[in-house]
Design a protein around this ligand. Structure first.
Ligand code: DX5
Ligand code: ZN
Length: 216
């Protein structure tokens, strides 16, 4: 299977954002947009003004990854950004029933995703697999770009892939953090559908070639 490649704009050149948005338009499949609130994760990234600016020239769907507490407060607004295609939040970021929070995203015509950090067993996602469009298996702890890939991600992806297939679902698996051409093929082999990569793409000499290498 050919994976979708979702470059993380956190690693883009913010002084020349347009150049990097056009690279994704031309060579990749999705825009991965990391929203951090300094509460759910110990870092703050960017929010509406920056994402809306990118959306103006984006020709690929936005894959918005919310690392914020109480995401339900902002979901409608994120879903209404032009080209919003996928929106995910973390299972442990909401005190509401995750199913109802996923419903807010789906009701806005956007694909709904549930994310988990590496210390949360993948089995915690099982009750929601038939009500979400995709799951985000973090291969680093959410909060910062440029971290090293955690090796037991392969096993986690394979485990949840088995469960999705066993139940005949079409829930997609996104892997996020430290993904590069070094681990992309094995992740796809284990069952990943969407690969997020920030540093590996934008810090490489040739981002387009790196995207192509990860597609396999
Ligand atoms: C981490 C973010 C990731 C990050 C990926 O909290 O969710 O999307 O930007 O960046 P790299 O590929 O550099 O690990
Ligand atoms: Zn992310």
């Amino acid at each position: 299977m050919t994976p979708l490649i979702s470059p993380s704009m956190l690693a883009a050149d913010f002084l020349h954002l347009e150049k990097d948005v056009r690279m994704v338009n031309e060579h990749a499949d999705l825009f991965h947009l990391d929203v951090m609130d300094g509460r759910f994760v110990p870092n703050i990234s960017y929010g509406f003004p920056v994402i809306e600016a990118m959306a103006k020239i984006a020709e690929k769907p936005l894959d918005i990854h919310l690392m914020i507490q109480h995401p339900q407060v902002y979901l409608e607004r994120f879903c209404k950004i032009p080209h919003a295609g996928l929106v995910s939040f973390h299972l442990d970021a909401t005190r509401d029933d995750p199913e109802s929070v996923l419903g807010i995203i789906s009701n806005n015509g956007v694909k709904a995703g549930l994310a988990i950090n590496p210390n949360i067993p993948v089995e915690k996602l099982y009750p929601y697999l038939d009500v979400c469009d995709f799951v985000v298996i973090m291969s680093v702890f959410a909060g910062f770009g440029g971290q090293s890939f955690i090796e037991d991600t392969y096993e986690r992806v394979a485990t949840i892939r088995q469960e999705i297939d066993r139940r005949g679902l079409d829930t997609m698996i996104e892997v996020d953090g430290g993904v590069s051409p070094k681990n992309s093929a094995k992740l796809v082999e284990c069952g990943a559908d969407i690969l997020v990569a920030g540093s590996a793409v934008f810090k490489s000499e040739n981002p387009a070639a790196t995207v192509a290498a990860m597609r396999g």
